[in-house]
Design a protein around this ligand. Sequence first.
Ligand code: ADP
Length: 304
Amino acid sequence: MDYVLTANALSKQYGHFKALNGLSMHVPKGAIYGFVGKNGAGKTTFIRLVCGLQSPSSGDFTLYGIHSGEKEIRKARRRMGAVVETPSIYLDMTAEDNLKEQYRVLGLPSLDGIRELLELVGLSDTGKRKAKNFSLGMKQRLGIAVALAGNPDFLILDEPVNGLDPQGIIEIRELILKLNREHQITVLISSHILDELSRLATHYGFLDGGHIVQEISAAELEDACRKCMRIEVSDTRALACVLDTLHTDYKILSNTRADIYAKLNVSQLTLALAEKNCEVLSLQERDESLEHYFMNLVGGEENA
Ligand code: ADP
């Protein structure tokens, strides 16, 4: 597979604290890669390293196959746009002037393309309005337009829908899908809310404590989430014993109810339970929510 970005045992230490701890990941070309982790997991730190705003303590990454230690990494970064933390825009300027300024900073030879860019992000009718009078969603979209100056084919967005109202969230989502599907831009989006990403992402990297605990495609995640059975039995202590011997992942919900996170041979399970005088009262296949799946993986509370 062709990867736009890979990371190999990347670490970043602040004093004794490891914000990134041996992070390895793979962003396929053409993907919308959901980079999911709770607050403080290390998402922004990773993005800052890739953007060259900070250096790794150890490990490395490649961008378009160029190694982070090579001189050409600067050139590779020109093919990438990013909105890290808050959008880099001048609040006292109009949307158009912001883009003109970015074109100037990048040394782009002509201002061609600015009108198309404003249209693409839905800001072509903002005229003389200054960015300070924009809604949060408009500012975010202007930030994305600025990141798109120079025609990058890889876009990194750090928590792009944070603080946006539902309409703003929909607009950003539609813009990201359009950039990916119609303009073939690979996108890496960080978020602490998996359910929001699930409307977009083709791949996921789940981050916890500074390293990736799992990389999974959207299709694989969907499958994994389906493999949950809600079971009602006369005694979940007996159920737990049987599931332990089967090395199966489960969660006890009460004295009589539990969720089982694997496909099981139901007759084998029923027989094993009967031997322990435990009766199966009901069995129901159910979709595990993505957020729940993620929390099972990393521990902690939902939407933490
Ligand atoms: P996320 O983006 O996932 O919320 P961050 O990458 O911002 O996480 O932070 C990861 C951890 O590193 C946090 O515990 C944060 O407090 C710590 N951290 C980030 N930047 C610094 C810094 N400059 N100095 C010390 N600790 C930092």
